[in-house]
Design a protein around this ligand. Structure first.
Ligand code: ASP
Length: 419
């Protein structure tokens, strides 16, 4: 029998999950076991397996990636290109969001703000985000240098872990002593093993994805979307433009890459990003997809983990649209300077947003605080947040994969994605 490709298996799992989740809701059960609990079990098991891989994979990938780059100059150019690309693509994404939210005006003329008072879930979120301010932007840079690297790894502080791994890899590549050769082999070996473990975990992706999506659908249903429908559509359109127009143009003209081939090669990672709403958890799959596409470990190992942590185009775009939507709903007329501030703060905070579900809500509260809009507005986002989270996470992962593929081409790699 011919094997169904992984991305098709995942796509079918998502379709089945939507049907199953809608049919069962949260209460239906079979032999006393609630379907909802069974979905949760499958989903959590898969997510845990992915999270289990992340720390050793990211560390090994960066250390062996950098150690193999070798000379100082090669690292400098690669690093420079990567940061420039990440900065530009996030900025482009935010500008698309800014334009769309100004055209569609999803919050204008509605009495959405009134609908918020007394909502229980809003109160819950508020306790989480209260007291966040611009100081949290500085916090991002402080976190980059963790006082305790083991604690950073244990708490999933990827920024700190990456910084340490970069230093480790860099000095490993500079050391000429005989003793460090064994260290280089050690990390290359860990990288090989982590790749094999990832491949194995990926086989369970359809099951895990089924559980995650069915659980979400059984909880939210579809009826709750109506009040914020235009906002929902605005975000989807803006994400669509970024991932179906802007990025493909960059792929084609900057990297000489066929967007169709790229989408196909990345689809298992994109579908997993969609289902898990976590770009960190998806990293092992993204890594694998790019390896199969023929991108070298040297480029992949450096560009991708960095991107999964600091480059979030979908999140940056969402932050901008959401903040302006809330301002509109509260009747604020934002000046050019205020909109510009939103763009800058969205760009900065998207660097620090963790690659986990619903992480941007905190960043959005920082933006609201900076321009003086009531934090209660966050409540407006709760209804649609999960679905939009799934979509923006897929865009986050897509952008990282584009950056890696384009940079690989600029380094003279042929890859299987070239036109
Ligand atoms: N869930 C997103 C991610 O993992 C972050 C966010 O926008 O909430 O990439």
């Amino acid at each position: 029998m011919k094997k169904v490709a992984l991305h098709w298996q995942i796509a079918i799992a998502i379709a089945l999950a939507i049907i199953a989740g809608t049919l069962t809701g949260t209460d239906a059960s079979l032999f006393g076991v609630r379907y909802h609990a069974a979905y949760g079990f499958l989903g959590t098991l898969f997510l845990n397996a992915l999270k289990m891989i992340i720390v050793p994979l990211v560390t090994a990938s960066i250390i062996s990636g950098i150690a193999n780059i070798g000379d100082e100059k090669g690292l400098g150019t690669l690093g420079g290109k990567t940061l420039l690309f990440y900065f530009s693509s996030s900025l482009l994404a935010i500008l698309v969001g800014l334009t769309m939210v100004n055209i569609m005006q999803p919050g204008v003329g509605s009495n959405l703000a009134d609908a918020l008072s007394g909502d229980q879930s809003v109160a819950e979120v508020l306790t989480k985000v209260e007291g966040k301010s611009t100081a949290d932007v500085v916090e991002v840079f402080i976190r980059m240098v963790p006082p305790n690297i083991i604690a950073a790894a244990a708490e999933g502080q990827m920024l700190g872990l990456i910084f340490f791994s970069l230093l480790f890899g860099y000095f490993l590549s500079r050391s000429r002593s005989k003793q460090t050769e064994v260290v280089r082999d050690f990390w290359n070996g860990i990288m090989d093993i982590m790749t094999l473990i990832t491949l194995w975990v990926m086989k369970f992706a359809p099951l895990g994805v089924f559980g995650l999506v069915a659980k979400t659908v059984s909880e939210t249903g579809f009826a709750s979307f109506q009040p914020v429908l235009i906002f929902f559509i605005t975000v989807i359109l803006a994400l669509g433009i970024h991932s179906l127009v802007t990025m493909p143009l960059l792929l084609r003209f900057l990297g000489g890459i066929s967007p169709a081939k790229h989408y196909r090669a990345m689809s298992p990672a994109l579908l997993t990003a969609f289902s898990t709403a976590s770009s960190s958890a998806t990293l092992p799959l993204t890594m694998e997809c790019l390896e199969e596409a023929g991108v070298s470990q040297r480029v992949r190992g450096f560009v991708l983990p960095l991107g999964a942590t600091v480059n979030m185009d979908g999140t940056a775009l969402y932050e901008c649209v959401a903040a302006i939507f809330i301002a509109q709903a509260f009747g604020f007329d934002l000046s050019f300077t205020q909109q510009f501030t939103i763009v800058v703060v969205a760009l900065l905070t998207s660097i620090g947003v963790a690659g986990i579900p619903a992480a941007s809500l905190v960043a959005i509260s920082i933006i609201l605080g900076v321009i003086g809009i009531p934090l209660e507005g966050i409540g407006l986002l709760m209804i649609t947040d999960r679905v939009l989270d799934m979509m923006r996470t897929a865009v986050n992962v897509f952008s990282d994969s584009c950056a890696t593929a384009i940079i690989a081409r600029s380094e003279g790699e042929q890859t299987k994605l070239a036109v």
